[in-house]
Design a protein around this ligand. Structure first.
Ligand code: SF4
Length: 285
């Protein structure tokens, strides 16, 4: 049985990093518990200051981030990624939720694990994160069943993808991977991944009673979005062109509100209305 929590060990040494409001920190995320535990043991042995979030992530001072990553990578530990730790009012809740978080799972689950392989800040909103994680098996055959049970999902048979929005998060399921944009933080990301795993396993158990839906919804393309934008390439949104903005919007990496002309100029009011409805449906409003 795996040792799931190194926090007490760290706590007994009395040297766990104290988070201070006026300092900058980074969160380093590991793909699974084995890598996370290995990394934390190395950091303890090397007397590196870090705050344990869970077996899957640690907080380190921003100025030590590169060096800490190098230390664990040199010992052959895998890292999913790192991103700024934002001191939030709910900091204590954040750590409490992380420590209490236990991924669900049964021995006979169809999908046993989802491994977090990439995590970084969202381009549209640096306070949110985006991630890529991999399934431990191919989900292609299950996607039409998930298309039946997930309300508002958009299925693409040729590409073997299913896209849907969960509140403000944009979720893309592929045959062997999942991408999530606009997760609140790493705890939110774990919860989303765990929710997807639970949904996949529940759907698999009920395939006898679910009618697979191979229907593809009318897809919105970047060129269609471009058609509704002001097309002035003014760069106010931070993108070089309106087309680049359209592509990023479709990928959940831009926000509609960042296009100031569309939001403020009366002549674009009708386009704005259409775009808002479309963005809400795609979860990128
Ligand atoms: S702010 Fe709007 S009009 Fe200007 S480049 Fe971006 S998308 Fe185009």
């Amino acid at each position: 049985m795996m040792d799931r929590d190194v926090a007490p060990m760290r706590g007994l040494q009395g040297d766990e990093l104290e988070i201070e409001k006026n300092k900058k920190y980074e969160i380093i995320v590991f793909p699974n518990q084995d890598e996370g535990l290995k990394a934390q043991r190395i950091l303890i042995a090397k007397c590196e200051d870090f705050k344990h979030i869970s077996t899957l992530a640690v907080v380190v001072p921003k100025e030590r981030n590169q060096e800490v990553c190098r230390v664990v990578i040199n010992e052959n530990v895998l890292i999913s990624g790192h991103y700024p730790f934002l001191y939030r009012d709910y900091e204590e809740d954040f750590f409490k939720a992380a420590r209490e978080y236990k991924p669900s799972g049964e021995e006979d689950d169809y999908l046993k694990s989802i491994t977090l392989c990439y995590v970084a800040p969202c381009m549209a909103d640096e306070k949110k994160i985006r991630l890529i994680a991999y399934f431990d098996r191919d989900m292609s055959e299950l996607l039409p069943y998930l298309n039946s049970v997930i309300k508002g999902a958009s299925y693409n048979k040729n590409a073997s993808t299913l896209t849907y929005a969960k509140e403000r998060r944009l979720i893309n399921l592929y045959s062997i991977k999942i991408t999530v944009a606009k997760a609140d933080d790493i705890i939110d990301a774990w919860k989303v991944l765990d929710g997807v795993k639970e949904l996949i396993n529940r759907t698999y158990k009920n395939t006898d009673t679910i009618k697979p839906n191979y229907e593809e919804k009318v897809k919105v393309t970047a060129l269609q979005i471009y058609g509704w934008l002001p097309k002035s390439n003014c760069k106010v949104c931070g993108e070089a062109t309106c087309l680049a903005f359209a592509v990023k919007l479709l990928q959940g990496e831009q926000k509609l509100s960042k296009c100031a002309p569309l939001s403020t100029e009366l002549r674009f009011a009708e386009n704005k209305k259409i775009m808002q409805e479309m963005a809400e449906a795609l979860g990128v409003a």
